[in-house]
Design a protein around this ligand. Structure first.
Ligand code: ADP
Length: 497
């Protein structure tokens, strides 16, 4: 693996950390407790910055500000066109500050700079333009009722939205949550992930520069069981949206039920099948399966983490997939040409190495990788296992790392049954040139996204979400608006029907 340098001499980022406090009611403030926590450079384990640590009191303050901004305005009372224009101005500012945002996100998350600069920041900007476009196109219906009534529906914002996001895509997850909530006229308290608090603070500063009124978007950095749980439990929060693990998703749903039955949307874990059919073009399938698993250091909820390969192409696929993983360029994410940076933190790094050991112990064949890369930071060598069986831990649980598990299959019905034999249902990849095979698999797979001869296509207009224990609700696209709207039926008697 890894022609590139190890992280022993990391490249200095060309950006300063300017915002580390909580953002409440339009102002950067310290935590009520005065406490801070460190956010770490995953290339080295060194501290990047100390960030204000929000807890229950800060959540209470932030909810108060959001409540006031919702109940008294001006946000929900502005014209939809004015809201749209603020989001468009924000998108322009994002373009002006592109390099600074990309460098900060790379530093805090360890993603390759090119991925952040060329894909994620532009995607973030595109998502806000997409939602700016929706803001003034949200409207209800006129309803034909039995009887002499004029009936219409109003599509109104839900109110104060709590949002809790993970560390694997700090900016993109911000856009998936904040974009639709703002377009629909809600106010927000966003709890960022403790591993990656920085980029949200920078872009939120720009959003205020674009004209967002104070209190509409409040950012509370901090930990899950404290700040996150306080938000999910709050009696004055009308809706909670969460992305993260299935275990934490259950906690969130419970907290919502135990408090005020706030509406809940969840985007949770996955163990997505990537199915390579007997007629697949092997070279292309190898590259796409590689991307489906290794993209973002393997830290994707929809990662194609069960690579099912038809027995007729299995040997050729395995040889080429192993060679591709072995030549994946690992190293300092600021270095040009790097495909894979470090994992997000020590916990994830150690968890992945434990899964690798479990794969070896359970009898899977380690084809390449299988250990840390370099001697510093949280790098893991791209790893491929063959001879993986369905009941092995590495085939059942979400690893969230650069570990590809290759499984052999014989026929279509068998692979459908095995692909669906999981509590997850987020995504699937299907690689075939046969339209009938593609259609059969597409309809049989119990997942929220099917990528045929492609993977991870994340256009703003394409809905994303899970079947089964991968979540509730859909983000992006027209479907995402319903997460942030409620419907009011208005009935008026007609005098002269
Ligand atoms: P991961 O394993 O990817 O870190 P988590 O589900 O633990 O996934 O974290 C995703 C987000 O949920 C983070 O912002 C985290 O702080 C938050 N979180 C974790 N535990 C809780 C909890 N008990 N209540 C509310 N939020 C939580």
């Amino acid at each position: 693996a890894a022609a590139a340098t190890a992280a022993d001499d990391p490249i200095a980022p060309s950006v300063k950390v300017n915002y580390t406090k909580l953002l409440i009611n339009g102002e950067f403030v310290d935590a009520a407790s005065g406490k801070t926590f460190s956010t770490i450079d995953p290339r080295t384990g060194d501290v990047i910055a100390n960030v204000a640590e929000g807890d229950i009191e800060d959540i209470n303050r932030a909810v108060g500000a959001a409540r006031k901004a919702f109940d008294e305005g001006p946000w929900p009372k502005m014209t939809a066109y004015e809201r749209s224009r603020i989001l468009l101005r924000f998108a322009d500012l994002l373009e002006q500050h592109h390099d600074e945002i990309a460098a900060l996100e790379t530093w805090d998350s360890g993603k390759p700079y090119a991925q952040v600069a060329d894909v994620e920041v532009p995607m973030f900007t595109r998502l806000f333009r997409y939602y700016a476009g929706w803001a003034d196109k949200i409207h209800g219906l006129t309803v034909p009722a039995d009887g002499p009534y004029h009936v219409q529906t109003l599509h109104e914002p839900i109110g104060v939205a709590g949002q809790i996001i993970p560390w694997n895509f700090p900016l993109v997850m911000f856009a998936w949550k904040v974009g639709p909530a703002l377009a629909c006229g809600n106010t927000i308290i966003l709890k960022t992930a403790e591993q990656t608090p920085l980029s949200a603070l920078l872009v939120s500063k720009l959003l205020h520069e674009a004209g967002l009124p104070p209190g509409v978007l409040n950012i509370v950095s901090g930990f899950g069981p404290t700040a996150g749980a306080a938000l999910a439990s709050h009696m004055d929060v009308d809706k909670i949206a969460f992305t993260g693990s299935t275990a934490t998703g259950k906690i969130i749903l419970n907290l919502a039920a135990k408090s005020n039955l706030k509406q809940v949307t969840l985007e949770l874990g996955g163990k997505s099948p990537f199915i390579v059919c007997e007629d697949a073009e092997v070279d292309k399938a190898v590259e796409m399966a590689h991307f489906a698993l290794f993209f973002n250091q393997g830290q994707c909820c929809c990662a194609g983490s069960r690579t099912f390969v038809h027995e007729r192409v299995y040997d050729e696929f395995l040889e080429k997939a192993t060679a591709r993983a072995a030549e994946r360029a690992v190293g300092d994410p600021f270095k040009e040409g790097i495909e894979q940076g470090p994992q997000i933190d020590k916990d994830q790094f150690e968890k992945i190495l434990r899964y690798i050991n479990s794969g070896i112990e359970s009898g899977a064949t380690l084809e390449t990788g299988g250990e840390r890369f370099g001697s510093k930071g949280y790098y893991v060598k791209p790893t491929v296992f063959s001879n993986v069986k369905d009941d092995m831990l590495i085939a059942k649980e979400e690893i969230f790392g650069p570990v590809q598990s290759i499984l052999k299959y014989k026929d279509l019905n068998e692979v459908i049954r095995r692909a669906n034999a999981t509590n997850y249902g987020l995504a699937a990849g299907v690689f075939t040139q046969n339209l009938d095979t593609a259609n059969t698999l597409t309809r049989a797979l119990r997942v929220g996204s099917v990528f045929i001869n492609c993977f991870d296509v994340f256009d703003a207009a394409i809905p994303f979400g899970g079947y089964k224990m991968s979540g509730m609700g859909r983000e992006k696209g027209v479907y995402s608006l319903s997460n942030y709207l409620q419907v009011k039926a208005v009935v008026t008697p007609l005098k002269n029907p």
